[in-house]
Design a protein around this ligand. Structure first.
Ligand code: CU
Length: 264
């Protein structure tokens, strides 16, 4: 519902090929390099195959096409060229993984992302009055600024159905196992995805250009899984400050001007 309620102003690409920020830029850069390397390799291999089909085909029943065995130069070439190709693509991927996975050095803002059945809460710390500063269903970010995410799941609750006799083996099994539910924070156009696992804190960096982005839970977590959507709004820094930290009581008013893009 909150997705539909958003204004159509400033909505960025919601797909996985969005250019939402520096992290998605890196992911897209690796993807593009791998894609074009695959296209070039595919064209070369297809051309060589077609050439070999035609050039070395059997022309008649009596014809014995030329046989190749132990052509050392050919064998070295078709071993080294793919090896060098795949090692360089592996190197490119491995070199970019820390930037995509690890909270960047010097990051000043940390937001705790709380997944629960079936919604997302975002916690920005304590206000001057000691109250938690939280937003629900919408993650506010300062634009063009590195932010660290601590991603957790607060599920259980472990609700044993009243139809299961209390004290029974079944009730004990339900309450001791299988209550913890994983969620997964996924903001495709910002190039970030991380599981939310009960009892664990997973960290991830996030960075967004000014705009509105959509996200969703990507870990099947129960009957309301499909409703676990969220919105990311990247505001200019001064707007972000007054939207999130401007109220001593800690509350964030999503309808306020400071929390609205283009509001100021
Ligand atoms: Cu889910």
């Amino acid at each position: 519902m909150n997705v539909l309620a958003q204004s159509t102003c400033c909505v960025n690409n919601a797909g996985a090929f969005g250019d939402g920020g520096t992290i998605s830029d890196r992911a897209l850069g690796v993807y593009t390099a791998v894609f074009w390397a695959s296209v070039v390799l595919g064209v070369i291999v297809t051309a060589l195959l077609l050439y070999a089909f035609v050039r070395f085909r059997r022309r008649s029943d009596a014809d014995d096409p030329p046989q190749f065995h132990g052509n050392t130069r050919l064998e070295i070439a078709w071993t080294l060229v793919p090896l060098a190709t795949f090692l360089s693509l592996f190197g490119l991927t491995a070199a970019n993984m820390p930037f995509i996975n690890n909270v960047h050095a010097g990051t000043q803002y940390t937001v705790t992302v709380i997944g629960q059945q079936f919604s997302w809460t975002f916690d920005y710390g304590a206000s001057s009055s000691g109250a938690r500063i939280r937003s629900f269903g919408t993650l506010y970010l300062p634009a063009d600024t590195d932010v660290g995410l601590n991603i957790i799941s607060t599920d259980p609750p472990c609700n044993v159905s009243p139809s299961v006799p209390s004290g029974s083996t079944l009730a004990a099994a339900i309450s001791s196992e299988g209550c913890g539910v994983n969620h997964s924070f996924f903001a495709p156009s910002l190039g970030q995805q991380m599981n939310a696992i009960p009892g664990d804190v997973n960290t991830a960096p996030i960075q967004a250009r000014q705009g509105t982005y959509y996200g969703q839970c990507t870990e099947l977590c129960g009957v309301g899984h499909a409703t676990m959507t969220f919105v990311v709004i990247a505001l200019p820094m001064n707007q972000f400050q007054s939207c999130v930290f401007g109220n001593p009581s800690g509350s964030i008013d999503p309808t306020s001007k400071s929390c609205t893009l283009g509001g100021s």
